[in-house]
Design a protein around this ligand. Structure first.
Ligand code: MTE
Length: 302
């Protein structure tokens, strides 16, 4: 994976939140930002300026069903999630399987800032300034074996800390998956911060997946296990309703959800009079990722 993705607009250029930048999330990010030019590639450089959504909206309007199904439930309830001493088990077809301490992963990774569009399958959207690292770097750190074709992800399941898992809305724990080439794509990241601060529990602390060209439910939160496999892994929403939610779930304005149109979306945060805006193919990242799906029928592989 030669080319790293970079965006020219830094969050610190556009928002007062810069005053609160947290050392852990920004120290490596600043270095990485400066270093990107020298890494070379820059094939994915973005020139378009995205204006990030407000911190309030990003952290108060959430989907995290382990803490309730209402949009404000995660912000109200997720404080009970204990993120100290977090570990991520990396297993399956890797050279160095193990139970890795989150802090050790952070030390080994380069933290960058990425301002990405985020589009929920429910047709709302935001622009989020994430801090984190490329998933490829973590997978390479564990050593992906040649037979691996998919990556499976699992969220923590802690009934004592997650009031929502008493209800069988989904088959817990929440699980997700990517094809290996999607997982290794330079746009795919593990987010550990938002606006330079540690990622709040309601957004998936201490680390969650972010796949900006896919509907938000692929971006699984509070990950405790990452498994390399040669089989397409089961995914929570596909298990819950396979007719409505497929494995791929690429943002596609031309393929409607069976119950609503995906042609447009509602940016969160604009108040009552917010206009819907057209949804972009692959959420605006088609130039970078469309070749992953060359020759595939996107209406069948939804
Ligand atoms: N991950 C877990 N473990 N549980 C969830 O309910 N919801 C998904 C995704 N990841 C979810 C999850 C959905 S539907 C969306 S749209 C995004 O998280 C929302 O992310 P946000 O709350 O940070 O905007």
């Amino acid at each position: 994976m030669a080319n790293r993705w970079t965006n020219t607009l830094k969050e610190s250029d556009v928002t007062p939140e810069a005053a609160f930048l947290n050392r852990r999330q920004i120290i490596a990010g600043a270095a990485a930002g400066l270093g990107l030019g020298s890494i070379g590639g820059a094939a994915f450089a973005k020139t378009e300026a995205l204006t990030p959504s407000d911190y309030e909206d990003i952290t108060q309007y959430n989907n995290f069903y382990e803490f309730g199904t209402g949009k404000t439930d995660p912000a109200a309830n997720a404080h009970t999630l204990v993120t100290n001493n977090w570990t991520v088990k990396i297993d399956g077809m890797v050279d160095k399987p193990g139970e890795y301490a989150f802090e050790d992963i952070m030390k080994a990774m380069t933290i960058e800032e990425r301002i990405y569009r985020f589009r929920c399958v429910e047709a709302w959207s935001m622009v989020i300034p994430w801090n984190g690292f490329e998933l490829a770097d973590m997978l390479n750190f564990a050593g992906v074996q040649s037979g691996a074709r998919y990556v499976a992800f699992e969220t923590a399941l802690r009934p004592d800390e997650m009031p929502g898992v008493r209800f069988p809305v989904l088959d817990w724990p929440y699980v997700e998956g990517l094809r290996l080439d999607e997982a290794m794509h330079p746009l795919t990241m593990m987010a550990t911060g938002i606006y330079g601060k540690d990622i709040p529990n309601q957004n998936g602390a201490p680390l969650r997946l972010v796949v900006p060209w896919k509907y938000g439910f692929k971006s699984i939160k509070s990950i405790v296990r990452v498994t390399l496999t040669d089989q397409e892994p089961p995914t929570s929403w596909n298990k819950a309703n396979g007719r409505e939610y497929g494995f791929y779930s690429n943002v596609n304005p031309e393929v409607d959800h069976p119950r609503w149109s995906q042609a447009s979306e509602r940016p969160v945060g604009g108040g009552l009079f917010t206009k819907r805006v057209p949804t972009l193919m692959m959420n605006g990242y088609a130039e970078e990722v469309a070749d992953l799906y060359a020759g595939m029928d996107l209406t069948k592989n939804y």
